[in-house]
Design a protein around this ligand. Structure first.
Ligand code: SF4
Length: 587
């Protein structure tokens, strides 16, 4: 049977290395400058993109002529959206183009002007050393890490440690969700130390020391102004939770799971009035514009379980978020929109494409979503599965979920686990979307793996220390097989030895000589100590060994590599050095 008619209809290759046998991505062809910058093909029945963009929601008195706008006389632009609308390329836009190799500064500006991208950079935080980044479908998928002290745990020092830790493990933005300790001091310290944009949910500070019922317009506006002056780059504002939505919550299995959403729902019910974040939205826009604080329009009615996903309350709020997006754009503010939560896998594409339609392409920032509810303790995994699908189908930023989700306040290692899970989701989606250059990293690692070049393999690994420690736990020499299959069964080694194959022969990846592996560093020792497979003495030996182990002198054959050693020597090596945990011999 000919398979030709099933040949993949791929678009372009997400690797600039242009090697390998994979012809490219199944996603739509890129359309930077349009609503489908990088997009998945629509499953039948999905909402099509909106025909509008931020260009259709200009402030009063602005006129669009050609590709740029004319503002009223005397207008002074502040926000990146305003600069972009006026055709300017700012330093932060240039920096984004430097960091996103597939985008030019002009494309960054144009995507900002269309509202399909935001560049969250409070003018105050820029002065502290923020490294500008962008969130949007034309750019790489971003990851947010949440942190923050709770009334029962943690403090400013611990939160600064978590900030460093999150940045180290790849968080593109960080949200300070503190609800306890000295909120003001903690936020100030985080903004001053952060190289990444910082987001907050200001309603948390608004209710500290008072009942939600006592929240006034004055407190709302003063709190926002204070945090804007501190340098916060984006605010979650739950203005889309409307009074009319509240009866729709009654049938839910788990009510309102957003803290901000539940607080504001209570305020509305107590006062019998509309959400104050909605009724004062114009004044909120004015404050945010003054410091270029971006909106993260909160999803206060996001589902808290699969049973409540895509229900009338959630979609009713999304509709309101579309209206608020238009209002914020008319005020010159940058906007992204927050999304669910807990969503069955089959409903994720619909949710992404509905938001794209209703919010006219404004970036979607989603929490997970978790695709099942029954794995507490593993929700970084249940949610990163949903996050990968969300990023492929339309999300621009993924809010991480840690193993402590639903169970407690994340600690340092939970932050790492969450970041790593979400870097996997974001990168997997970028490759699938065919974003140019996104697969280069994978291809480099594959070449190192094929050449059995462990040094390069570990260097390319996202978590170098973990990969190295896991390898050395069993076999602490740098040879051309590992303990999983052993010398005789190593298919990668066998492929490399077949002269007709290219496998393992890429330039710059083959090694001229075998190497002995270096001693474990402190982080790698810690990995092995936590695992508890090796005894302290064995770990000490790995951490204190010298490079003399295999006498790989330049120009001489070493005993550890079958490029250089015969099978008998390799077998001997395996016997002598492999540290497989064997069960004790039967007596
Ligand atoms: S021994 Fe097995 S797991 Fe290890 S490199 Fe070879 S094929 Fe891969």
């Amino acid at each position: 049977m000919s398979l030709e008619r099933w040949a993949p209809r791929v678009t372009h290759n997400p690797s600039t290395l242009r090697e390998g046998t994979n012809p490219g991505s199944f996603a739509n062809a890129p359309d930077i400058g349009g609503p489908l910058a990088f997009s998945s093909p629509d499953t039948p029945g999905m909402p099509p993109p909106s025909s509008c963009s931020a260009w259709d929601f200009l402030p009063p008195g602005w006129r669009r002529e050609g590709g740029i706008c004319q503002a009223p006389a005397g207008f002074r632009p502040v926000t990146q959206l305003e600069h972009a609308r006026l055709g300017s390329i700012t330093e932060p836009m240039r920096r984004v183009a430097e960091r996103e190799l597939h985008l030019s500064a002009e494309q960054v500006r144009d995507e900002l002007a269309a509202g399909r991208m935001i560049l969250p950079c409070n003018t105050v935080h820029l002065g502290y050393g923020l490294d500008p980044m962008a969130i949007g479908r034309a750019s790489l998928t971003k990851v947010n890490a949440n942190m923050g002290a709770s009334p029962v745990s943690s403090g400013t020092r611990e939160e600064l440690d978590k900030l460093e830790w999150a940045q180290r493990w790849g968080a593109d933005t960080v949200m300070d969700l503190s609800t306890g300790g000295n909120l003001d001091e903690c936020r100030d310290a985080i903004v001053r130390h952060a190289r990444v944009p910082i987001g907050t949910v200001p309603v948390y500070s608004m209710v500290l020391g008072r009942r939600i019922e006592d929240l006034t317009e004055k407190v709302i506006l003063e709190t926002l102004l204070h945090q804007a002056k501190q340098g916060v780059d984006y605010f979650t504002i739950h203005a889309g939770v409307r009074r009319a939505h509240l009866p729709l919550i009654k049938q839910r299995l788990i009510g309102i799971v957003s803290r901000g959403g539940s607080l504001l729902a209570k305020w509305m019910l107590v006062h019998g009035k509309e959400n104050p974040m909605y009724t004062h939205f114009d004044e909120i826009c004015d404050i945010m514009r003054e410091y270029d604080v971006s909106f993260s329009l909160g999803d206060g009615l996001r589902p808290g379980g699969l049973a409540d996903a895509s229900d009338a309350a959630q979609l009713g709020e999304l509709d309101a978020l579309g209206e608020l997006t238009e209002m914020a754009w008319r005020k010159g503010c940058q906007v992204m929109v927050e999304g669910p939560g807990h969503v069955p896998f089959d409903q994720i594409e619909y949710n992404m494409k509905l938001q794209r339609r209703i919010c006219h392409g404004a970036p979607f920032y989603v929490l997970g979503p978790l695709v099942t509810d029954v794995f507490p303790g593993y929700d970084h995994i249940t949610s990163c599965i949903g996050a990968t699908a969300a990023a492929y189908h339309g999300a621009s930023m993924l809010c991480y979920v840690t193993p402590k989700e639903h169970l407690g306040l994340p600690k340092k290692d939970d932050v790492k686990q969450g970041c790593v899970a979400y870097k996997i989701a974001a990168h997997a989606a970028d490759v699938a979307l065919g974003i140019p250059g996104s697969r280069d990293w994978d291809d480099r690692l594959t070449k190192a793996r094929a050449a059995l070049n462990w040094e390069k393999h570990f260097e390319e690994a996202f978590d170098t220390d973990l990969a190295r420690a896991y390898h050395d736990e069993d076999l602490d020499v740098d040879t051309d097989f590992c303990a999983m299959c052993g010398h005789d069964w190593c298919s990668v080694r066998i492929s490399k030895e077949i002269v007709e194959f290219d496998s393992g022969k890429a330039d710059g990846y083959q090694r001229a000589r075998a190497l002995s592996s270096p001693a474990l560093n402190a982080e790698q020792q810690a990995v092995l100590e936590r695992r508890g497979v090796l005894s302290p003495e064995e770990i000490h030996r790995l951490a204190s060994k010298t490079r003399r182990v295999l006498a790989a002198a330049p120009g001489h054959k070493a005993a550890c590599h079958s490029d250089l050693a015969d099978d008998a020597a390799a077998h001997q090596l395996q016997e002598n050095l492999i540290q497989l945990r064997r069960p004790p011999a039967a007596e």
